[in-house]
Structure formats: C-alpha cells, structure tokens
Ligand binder design. Structure first.
Ligand code: NAD
Ligand code: 3PG
Length: 539
C-alpha cells in the first residue's frame, strides 16, 4: 500500500491545480482517469495562487510557478507536487519534504528537445545566424560581419553528462567535434564507450573551444562558471547554457565577453526569468532564447503525460515512478520490496510501543533475500511506524527521514545474508532512553506477515488488530489470571502466545484480542501479581 496516500483525509473529490501551460494532449490521461477535479489556471497571480492552493490535493507546474515555502505552507490538503519537466529549482523541496508532500518530475520527456536546442544554439552561435538574420531584416546584405567558425575538429567541453549532456555529446560527435566531459559519475569506461574523453572540471574548461553546461542548479553548481573559471578558459571560447540560469555568473560572463576572453554566448536560461532588458542582451556576441529548451510539441506532450500519470498513480494509492524527494528504486527492486512495506511499518509501530522513553538510535537489519536490494524505502516505512506513535498521521514516507533528523534520531541500515532460517527477515532495533528493544518479522510463504521475535522472545504473531504484550514472572498461574481478568472485562482472546527468556525467570504473553484494551483495563492487569508490564499495540 502506498503509505502516503493513506493520509488522504476525506472523501471529497480531490483537486488538481495546474498553474503553468501544459499540453492539451498531455492532459488527456488526467482527464480520462477522472481521479480529481482539474483546475487549470496558468499564470495565476501570487495572491490568487495562495488562495487556490488551499484546497488543492495536487499541484502541477512547469518552471514558471515559483512554489515557495509560503505557497507550500498556505496549502491545507496538498500531498503531491508534479513538475512537468526536469528542473525542480522553482520548488522549495525542503518545505515540501517537511510537510510530507511528495514531489515528482518528468525527467525523460524533454531530454531530446533540450539536447536538440543546445545543438541548435551552439551552431547558431558558431555561425552568427540570429545576428545575420536580424541584419537582413534591417535591410542590410552584410556577408563580412558574420563570418563564423566550424564545429568540426573543435573541442566541446560538456559539464554535466546526465541525460541531456550525454545526448548533446552524441550529437556533437556527429558534427565531428572532440568531446571532453566532466561529471562526478562519469567513469573512464563509460567515456570510452561513448567515444569521448573524461576530464576534471578544470581539464574540461581549459581544453574546450565550446563549453556547454548540463547540471542541475543547486548550491554546488551556482556560479560554477564564474570569473575564476573564465580566467582558465581558452581565449575565444564560446559558452552555451541551456540548463539553468545561475550555473553561469551572468556578471562574470558579461565582463569576460567585454574583455575579449569569451567570443560569444548562447543562452536559453537566466538567473531571473523573464529575462528582459539585461545588459547581456545588448552584446552583439550574445544570442538568446526565452527558455525554449523543452518547448516542442513532442516534449510538452510527453512531460505532461508522464507527470499526469504519476499524479494519478499517487491519488490511486500506487507507488509513483519519478519521486524527487524520496529514494527511488527500480521497478524490479520495487516489486521485490513492496510486499514488505506494511510489515516494516508495523514493526516500527510495534517497537515504538515497547517503551515510553525517548527514541535515540534506530537500526534496521535486513537478512536473507532482502539483503540483495536497495531497502531504503523499507527503512523509511519502519521509521514512519516508529514516529507515528508520537507524531500521528502527518508522518509519511516523504518526511520520515526529515523528522528523524530533526529529532536527532540516528538511523542505520544493515544487511546480512543470515536470516536465522527465514527466507527474509527484517529486524528493527531501537535505543529508547536506557532501554534497548527489538522486533523482527518476516513474510511466510502464503501465510502473510508474522512477528517472529520481540526482544529475546521467539513468537509467531500476525501483526494485525489489537495486540497485547504482557511481561510477567515465569511461573504457574500468570496466564490463567490474565485470561480470567480479560474475560471479566468481556475482552475476547483471539490468539495467545507465550515465550520465555533464554536467561530464564521472565516470560511474555502476546495476545490478539477482539477489541481495544482501555487504559483502566491495563491498570487492572498491572495489579495482578507478577505482571511487570503491559503494552498494547493497535495495528
Ligand atoms: N532549457 C530547458 O528548457 C531545459 C530542458 C530540460 C532540462 N533542463 C535542465 O538541464 C539540466 C540537465 O538536465 P538532465 O535531464 O540532463 O539532468 P540529469 O539529472 O540527467 O543530469 C544532470 C547531471 O549533472 C551532473 N552534475 C551534478 N553536479 C555536477 C557538477 N558540479 N559538475 C558536473 N556535473 C554535475 C549529475 O551527475 C548528472 O549526471 C537541468 O538543469 C535541467 O533543469 C533545461
Ligand atoms: O527543467 C526543465 O524541464 C526545463 O527547464 C523546462 O522548463 P519548462 O517546463 O518551463 O519549459
């Protein structure tokens, strides 16, 4: 079950607010799914956005809408933000995560269009096409002023070899350019496979005749191309930015062009958009487009469909495909670990009931088959269960890690092939004040989930319904006295397990009962001789 969707609070029809222009064809899946009322309001002024967001369950944007903390905090029902495109720098991800709002994007749909636009900009820059066009429209036939340079045999430096950077590199090879690239994830092998050279950032910017950037805009990449970087480049270098404004320091670029270091720049994106009236646009060496990299019929249809489908999945309680603020795992891994989502959450919830002392350290251990997979989503589910006791339903997969961090709870994950005879085993351990507790569980073939260990006691309990855990002295009579008292209170026992500690002396009873056990009934149980502790868990 998609745990985030569980928090859907009411039965009114969900509302999807769309505040940037989306392709009409791309909206079709959303219209056909009829999962929500669509409110299509592109270009909503800020004050109206703050009003409209109040009732929205989902918000879909492109790069135009600034989804700030103020917007997110004005939302009362918002559970998902969809970005019909790649860059999420217009969305305050921290604010969304803190609120448990999942952010999804459409990372593949506009790759091709952005790569084609980059090549078009680089070619136009090399051959002065926009300037020559403008001159012709002004009635001039000037062939001397627009002599360009060839791309062939020039070196293209690609900074950021992700989806778009890699497509640009492939196309540049088709122009018979030499390509050198820097990306923290670029290996020598991959570079070799692509027929390009891998270099450090400095090697790339020193070697290149043309430099194109394709990183996201983050604090690490803001002004990556600055005055110092320009200083290291070849004289006459040409710069292309079809990624994000802010990766290049615009003032430094202006100075580098004016000073003759940079021969020209092709810009599709800017530090502040809309970008009009800026001094860079007054330079004859600069050509520019108004953030058109993804503006093709094909890309717009594709990103709207992709993000729309993820919003539909989410509203239907299914896992999303392209989460930005959640660890995303492959379809294959998801298929293996998804059956354990509820078990992990229930183990966390159960464990949280074993002590009232503050939780400080959590370790989630994965044994057997599970050790082969990326289990971060399971760890988040376990954390969600652990935190729910005190934080209630506003804890979900998205904010579980943030909340753990903000309460200084350390969370560790361990994997081992050893699963104590089970095919898979999840053990959640926690330090709670001066106490240490653990609960382990598994999925039994065809029989569903089982809790198989509580602290040092071996048990076999279905994690469902009203559970009662009683710690008592290991001696005759305790079980009978508990049974009698529950009968007096008209509490029917559905299942009962007893276990004794390996050290001896202490024992536990794990009961499943038909109705919730009230605090006064717990009080009466505690008055029975030799009962040390009574804990209830409702799963
Ligand atoms: N102009 C447009 O309309 C348009 C269209 C689509 C995407 N974009 C932008 O293009 C950029 C790239 O998109 P993508 O889909 O290729 O993303 P991607 O996530 O596939 O690739 C980004 C790459 O940048 C690398 N990277 C991160 N930090 C780096 C650093 N400091 N130095 C070098 N490399 C670094 C990452 O390792 C990754 O490989 C994004 O900023 C996106 O918003 C713009
Ligand atoms: O990051 C992106 O996907 C591009 O910048 C496209 O932005 P847009 O959706 O506003 O065209």
């Amino acid at each position: 079950m998609n745990a985030i969707a569980e928090t859907k609070p009411d039965t009114r029809q969900a509302v999807i607010l769309i505040t940037d222009p989306l392709s009409e064809e791309g909206l079709q899946p959303l219209r056909e799914a009829s999962v929500a009322e669509l409110q299509i309001r592109p270009g909503l002024p800020h004050a109206e956005l703050l009003q409209a967001i109040k009732t929205a369950d989902a918000l879909i944007v492109r790069s135009g809408t600034q989804v700030t903390r103020e917007v997110i905090e004005a939302a009362e029902n918002l559970k998902i933000i969809g970005r019909a495109g790649v860059g999420v720098d217009n969305i305050d991800l921290d604010a969304a995560t803190e609120r448990g709002i999942i952010v999804v994007n459409a990372p593949d749909g506009n790759t091709n269009s952005a790569a084609e636009h980059t090549i078009a900009m680089m070619t136009s820059l090399a051959r002065n096409i926009p300037q020559a066009h403008r001159s012709l429209l002004e009635g001039k036939w000037d062939r001397k002023a627009f002599v360009g340079v060839e791309l062939k045999d020039k070196t293209l430096g690609v900074v950021g070899l992700g989806r778009i950077g890699a497509e640009v590199a492939r196309r540049a090879k088709g122009q018979r350019m030499n390509v050198i690239a820097f990306d923290p994830f670029l290996t020598e092998e991959r570079a070799k496979e692509m027929g390009i050279t891998a270099g450090t950032f400095e090697e790339v910017i020193r070697a290149a005749d043309f430099i194109t950037v394709h990183t996201p805009l983050m604090k690490e990449t803001r002004h990556l191309i600055n005055a110092e970087a320009f200083g290291k480049m070849k004289d006459g270098v040409r710069i292309v930015n079809c990624a994000r404004g802010g990766i290049i320091d615009e003032d430094a670029l202006y100075e580098a062009i004016e000073g003759g270091k940079v021969a020209g720049a092709a810009l599709d994106v800017f530090e502040t958009e809309p970008f009009t009236g800026h001094r860079l646009l007054g330079l004859p060496q600069v050509i520019a487009t108004p953030h058109l990299g993804a503006s093709t019929i094909e890309a717009q249809e594709s990103v709207a469909i992709d993000v729309g489908r993820d919003v539909i999945r989410f509203l239907n309680g299914e896992p999303v495909k392209n989460p930005v603020n959640l660890p995303s795992v492959s379809k294959e891994v998801l298929a293996k670990i998804e059956p354990f989502f509820d078990l992990a959450e229930n183990l966390g919830l159960f464990l949280s009931r074993l002590s009232d002392k503050p939780l400080t350290d959590v370790t989630v251990r994965y044994g057997g088959d599970l050790a082969d997979f990326d289990v971060r989503p399971l760890t988040r589910n376990a954390m969600k269960g652990l935190l729910k006791r005190n934080l209630g339903t506003h804890v979900n997969d998205v904010n579980a890690k943030f909340l753990a961090d903000s309460f200084h709870i350390s969370v560790d994950e361990h994997k081992s092939p050893n699963s104590k005879g089970f095919q898979q085993l999840i053990t959640v351990e926690a330090k709670m004040g001066d106490e240490f507790h653990r609960v382990a569980g598994t999925l039994l073939n065809g029989l569903g989930a089982r809790i198989v260990k509580v602290d040092d006691y071996v048990v076999d309990v279905v994690p469902k319904g009203h559970l009662l855990l009683i710690r008592h002295k290991d001696q005759p009579g305790a079980i009978g006295r508990v049974g009698m008292l529950l009968a007096e209170e008209n509490i029917n026992i559905a299942t009962m397990q007893v276990g004794r500690s390996e050290a001896g002396g202490a024992a536990i009873m794990m009961l499943t009962v038909d109705n919730e056990v009230k605090p006064e009934e717990i009080g009466r149980l505690l008055k029975i001789d030799d009962i040390y502790a009574v804990r209830t868990v409702d799963l």
